[in-house]
Design a protein around this ligand. Structure first.
Ligand SMILES: [Zn+2]
Length: 292
């Protein structure tokens, strides 16, 4: 009788333990799963961060993310939008530009020269850390790249690789061609062929419809830069502004706070090419700012 009683107790205890384990599993699925793995095989490496083991939860989150992205992709245009773009950096001026942008809580796009990015890795990293849009301009900015389509594409790819290595992110497929997409330095036919190749590879080339004119001389006076921008802004509610953040362009930095203040006062929304909506894409195409 004693033995039967003992077995009975053992069975109760066993069932109790099983129930406890079960409810523990329900309460804390992730760590319980890890514990089970550890208990069943000590040699199995348990990851330090255990992902949700529930595929339905992952599916749900993935769907939510897709829905959010789709909603963003399909959202309507704001009444006024501006894309501040800076070419030819990074340089020491880039940090000053970044500081002004951060103080104003806005984002901008930097079309970097790959070699400059490699020479200023900390500045490039900082741009990415501050969620600025870092895009390729050219690896070398040598106009010889326009002599042959293959040469241009090779230079473009090198710049993309440089950005990827320095920021840890693959840049979205936009490029600003040195001198713009209708520059006069490259042979007409070759330029046409380069643009066709970019389109074929779904790489959008970005020009501008508002120029600061800060490339007209080594140092264009600050007031002239502001005047140029404000003058050209009169003609459009969707502006892609061309500025430069190379080492000589100190007056561009000086002009920037006033330009931003003007844009804010006029109600412009500051945008970058990191998450362009379909409506923005269409509008910029219509304005001949992308894929001209
Ligand atoms: Zn340039």
């Amino acid at each position: 009788v004693k033995r039967v009683k003992f077995l009975w107790l053992l069975a109760v205890f066993f069932l109790y333990a099983l129930g406890f384990g079960g409810s523990y599993l329900l309460i804390n699925r992730n760590s319980a799963a890890a514990a089970v793995i550890m208990a069943s095989n000590a040699s199995v490496k348990v990851p330090t961060t255990v992902d949700s083991s529930d595929p339905r939860e992952e599916e749900y989150l993935r769907k939510k993310e897709i829905q959010a992205n789709e909603a963003w992709k399909n959202r309507p245009l704001s009444a006024k939008e501006v894309f501040l773009t800076f070419d030819d950096g990074p340089s020491e001026n880039t940090l000053k530009v970044l500081d002004i942008l951060n103080k104003n809580d806005i984002k901008a796009t930097f079309f970097v020269i790959g070699k400059n990015a490699e020479n200023n890795p900390k500045i490039t990293e900082k741009l990415a850390e501050n969620n600025m849009c870092v895009l390729p301009h050219s690896q070398t900015h040598d106009y010889d790249i326009y002599k042959k389509r293959e040469r241009y594409m090779e230079d473009y790819r090198q710049c993309v690789v440089a950005i990827k290595e320095l920021t840890g992110k693959t840049p979205p497929s936009f490029v600003r061609m040195p001198g713009g997409s209708d520059n006069r330095v490259s042979p007409r036919e070759e330029l046409q062929s380069i643009k066709q190749q970019l389109i074929k590879e779904n790489i959008y080339y970005v020009d501008w419809n508002v120029s600061s004119g800060d490339a007209a001389a080594a140092r264009v006076p600050k007031d002239r830069i502001i005047g140029n921008i404000l003058g050209e802004l009169k003609y459009t509610s969707y502006a892609v502004i061309l500025m430069h953040d190379s080492s000589l362009k100190t007056t561009s930095v000086e002009a920037l706070p006033e330009v931003i203040k003007y844009l804010k006062d006029k109600g412009y929304v500051f945008r970058t090419f990191d998450d362009l909506s379909i409506a923005e894409e269409k509008e910029l195409e219509k304005l001949k700012v992308i894929n001209r």
